[in-house]
Design a protein around this ligand. Structure first.
Ligand SMILES: Nc1ncnc2c1ncn2[C@@H]1O[C@H](COP(=O)(O)OP(=O)(O)OP(=O)(O)O)[C@@H](O)[C@H]1O
Ligand SMILES: [Mg+2]
Length: 335
């Protein structure tokens, strides 16, 4: 069998399944460029420098809200990772790339063109709707189920989709996710404590919330006092953070309800029986799952492999001929 790659380009993280190693790489989808045109770092090592780099190093995310915004830099990042993974064996490989559903045809096609033009010498490029890959990655029998509700809560986006019999019935992409959660934490800390904290600090607070709450401890953060301008340490009650996040959770819950209202009633039985599948890196955000359940009166299943369920699904498409039919080609489709 030829080498295959399964690629999930996320706004925050790039995930690559590589068939020869049967492994999934998950790194920050970010690039650092020095003096305008020299590649300085990519992936996790570029993220290390984020918010800390000097003026001549420009660090950026090539995707915005789930779609490719900076083709050139996205190609560079992809090519670098493919070379790291496979070296000279990469030439002639097959690519399966996931795409969001609720975007324009041009935006969808740009994922295909990206691989075609990245200089990786692809033999074949196939596209898989992200929600279908999510379903497969969660071990759901997407081809035979009549009604599966998947909510993928990522970095910049949340994709709410209803799948049935291997296809997508409804899908809505909304612009909220982990990044908005981090911003909400920063804004609340600034308002309550006159304290500026960085994005990484806010993310660390968010990820440790459950543990802190279980132990009854506040979050300890370092930042800059707005009034004095000096660096300080502060204790932030977890309750304040929970409150700040709730507003964004409500947006997600309201949108899930809108999708449920528009779902054909014949699909409701399966959805009711199985409950909602919640995945994406932000699926485990403190209290989110239970609030979705309370808001919809449905059971919520949080994915074990939430951070890379799309890549796991692409792996199944690559390795199991039974699922090849969910992948399609957009070669030759008009622009
Ligand atoms: N344990 C955790 N608790 C809460 N959030 C988490 C946890 N682990 C990771 N995250 C969040 O998950 C987000 C990244 O998720 P993911 O990799 O699914 O996004 P993405 O696919 O890059 O983005 P998108 O799908 O929006 O394009 C980040 O905001 C990160 O803070
Ligand atoms: Mg994603």
């Amino acid at each position: 069998m030829s080498n295959s790659f399964g690629i999930d380009l996320g706004t925050g993280n790039i995930k690559i399944y590589y068939s020869a190693d049967d492994s999934i790489l998950n790194e920050k989808n970010i690039i650092a460029i020095k003096n305008k045109d020299t590649l300085f770092a990519y992936g996790d090592s570029a993220f290390e420098m984020y918010e800390k780099a000097p003026g001549n190093i420009h660090i950026s995310y090539p995707l915005t809200n789930g779609v490719i915004a900076d083709i050139k830099n996205m190609q560079t990042v992809l090519k670098c990772f493919i070379e790291d993974l496979a070296g000279s064996k990469a030439a002639g490989a097959d690519y399966y790339i996931s795409v969001p559903t609720d975007v324009t045809e041009v935006e969808k096609r740009s994922f295909f063109d990206l691989v075609k033009d990245a200089g990786v010498k692809a033999r074949k490029i196939m596209v898989v709707e992200k929600a279908i890959a999510d379903g497969l990655g969660l071990d759901i029998d997407v081809k035979n189920s009549q009604g599966v509700l998947v909510v993928d809560i990522g970095f910049a986006t949340t994709e709410i989709s209803i799948l049935s019999l291997g296809g997508i019935v409804l899908s809505k992409l909304i612009k909220t996710g982990g990044q908005k959660f981090d911003e909400a934490i920063r804004a609340a800390v600034r308002k309550e404590f006159n304290l500026m904290i960085g994005g990484k600090t806010a993310e660390a607070v968010k990820v440790s919330l459950k543990e802190l709450e279980d132990e009854g401890l506040p979050a300890v953060v370092y930042g800059r006092d707005i009034v004095t301008g000096l660096p300080v340490e502060r204790e932030i009650p977890t309750q304040l953070v929970d409150q700040a996040l709730k507003e964004h959770f409500d947006i997600i819950i309201d949108n899930i309800k809108v999708i449920l209202e528009r779902t054909p009633p014949e699909l409701a039985a399966d959805i009711y029986r199985h409950g909602i599948y919640v995945t994406g890196g932000s699926a485990r955000t403190n209290h989110l799952g239970e609030l979705i359940s309370a808001g919809t009166n449905l059971k919520v299943n949080i994915a074990e492999n939430a951070a890379d369920s799309v890549a796991c699904g692409l792996a199944r498409v690559i390795n199991d001929d039974n699922y090849k039919s969910v992948a399609y080609s957009i070669q030759g489709m008009s622009k």
